[in-house]
Design a protein around this ligand. Structure first.
Ligand SMILES: [Zn+2]
Ligand SMILES: [Zn+2]
Ligand SMILES: [Zn+2]
Length: 154
């Protein structure tokens, strides 16, 4: 019954904020015109601590979502940026916080709102944290939206 005494700390809520909802959250786009360049097989990606394929920088690299190359950030040797300039691949997933950046839109993309990005986000989350991301309740939705685009009115 001593529980009621400790009202000074509010730490029960803290675990829910680990996913970055509150602190320094940048506004992310909920649409992007470049999703067609996504690799068709993103269920199999390099592990989050893969080194940069060019300079072997060990961590916090980016994964190109078009060709699954692992490249370092603009704060290291800018290899992801130069990869984008050389190839036009514009979608990259950050292994440090699992955010997705579009170089063409010059914006972060909302992985929870853009269903095409959810599968790779889930896989990356699973590899990085050992568990699936919290929004997985909508998993079944993906199955029913997959043939979107091939359907034509008759
Ligand atoms: Zn874009
Ligand atoms: Zn590099
Ligand atoms: Zn690429």
């Amino acid at each position: 019954m001593a529980n009621e005494g400790c009202s000074s700390s509010g730490w029960e809520a803290e675990s829910e904020e680990l996913y970055g909802a509150e602190s320094g959250w940048v506004e992310a786009r909920t649409s992007c015109d470049h999703l067609s360049s996504l690799c068709s097989d993103l269920s199999n990606i390099p592990v989050p601590d893969s080194p940069c394929t060019r300079c072997h920088h060990p961590a916090e690299n980016w994964l190109c979502l078009s060709c699954k190359d692992v490249l370092c950030s603009r704060f290291i040797n800018k290899h992801m940026l130069s990869h984008h300039q050389e190839t036009g691949h514009c979608l990259a997933l950050s292994f440090s916080d699992l955010s997705v950046w579009c170089f063409a839109c010059e914006a972060y993309l909302d992985v929870q709102m853009i269903w095409q990005l959810r599968p790779v986000y889930e896989v990356a989350h699973l590899l990085k944290f050992g568990q699936r991301p919290p929004f997985l309740a909508i998993e079944s939705l993906q199955l029913s939206t997959q043939n979107e685009g091939s359907s034509s009115g008759s």
